[in-house]
Design a protein around this ligand. Structure first.
Ligand SMILES: C[S@@+](CC[C@H](N)C(=O)[O-])C[C@H]1O[C@@H](n2cnc3c(N)ncnc32)[C@H](O)[C@@H]1O
Length: 244
């Protein structure tokens, strides 16, 4: 294991949860491969694609996919022409991700990656920040390893029952935290990041869709996408690192 006693208990709890064989083995199937979960997967890839498009095109650009989890976004990043560095704190997750053929794989803590400074063009940090109450250390590290005018892409919750229903927390490895747009902008701003785009996403918490038929989930999201000002569960963000 790569995490030490200096971490808070909750951080260790989260990391330990994603080391479990049954969690790793069912991660994709429970969330993205059954019923309306497939709608979630399609929409998430769409949000990521759309934000990546805004980061421009230059051969040999380096994308850090961290945490990569099972590696489900590696094919998309490769398809967009990135050199992909995949990283996660969980070795079992990394083992799954290896089948997607990223250029490099690292087992590391996203707060202290050990990657060289100013070497990353785009850091994709999907389904991650909401696991932590204090998100500042991740922006600190992002400001160190993302080059000037490079990008950070991530998502954060506006609301979710997982932040208050204990049974859901127990099932999915501990509490999750709400970080609204205003707070996200303030924290990111302190580390020299400027908001380029925010995409509000999902009318219902994404895990709910995995219990719904595919067509129903698709219909709900299709309608929600056409009604302006409907509050969404989370947002996907594209931030650019300003010149120092
Ligand atoms: C909800 S999964 C998200 C995986 C992937 N990004 C996705 O969207 O499917 C959270 C991941 O964060 C990893 N993780 C937890 N704490 C971490 C840390 N401090 N540094 C790096 N990865 C961490 C876990 O091992 C797990 O793979």
């Amino acid at each position: 294991m790569h995490y030490g006693s200096s971490w808070s208990d909750m951080t260790e709890t989260k990391a330990a949860y994603y080391q479990k064989t049954e969690v790793v083995e069912t991660y994709d199937s429970a969330r993205f491969q059954r019923n309306g979960g497939r709608v979630v997967a399609e929409l998430e890839s769409g949000f990521l694609s759309s934000l990546l498009l805004q980061t421009g095109v230059r051969p040999g650009r380096r994308a850090l996919d961290c945490p990569c989890g099972t590696g489900r976004f590696i094919p998309l990043l490769l398809e967009k022409g990135f050199q992909v560095i995949a990283a996660d704190i969980s070795e079992p997750m990394l083992d799954k991700a290896r089948e997607y053929g990223a250029g490099q794989y690292f087992c590391l803590d996203a707060r202290k990656t050990g990657l060289p400074p100013a070497t990353i063009d785009v850091w994709v940090m999907s389904r991650f920040l909401f696991h932590f109450e204090d998100i500042a250390p991740f922006f600190d590290e992002a400001a160190r390893i993302i080059r000037e005018q490079g990008y950070l892409i991530f998502d954060a919750y506006h609301w979710t029952p997982r932040s208050w229903v204990r049974r859901l927390q127990a099932r999915w490895g501990g509490p999750v935290y709400i970080h609204g747009s205003k707070k996200i902008r303030a924290v990111a701003g302190r580390y020299g990041f400027e908001l380029i785009r925010e995409l509000p996403a999902f009318l219902l918490p994404p895990y709910v869709y995995a219990w719904m038929p595919y067509r129903l989930a698709g219909m709900i999201e299709w309608i929600a996408g056409r009604i302006p000002f409907v509050p969404k569960v989370k947002s996907y963000y594209l931030f650019r690192r300003n010149r120092a």
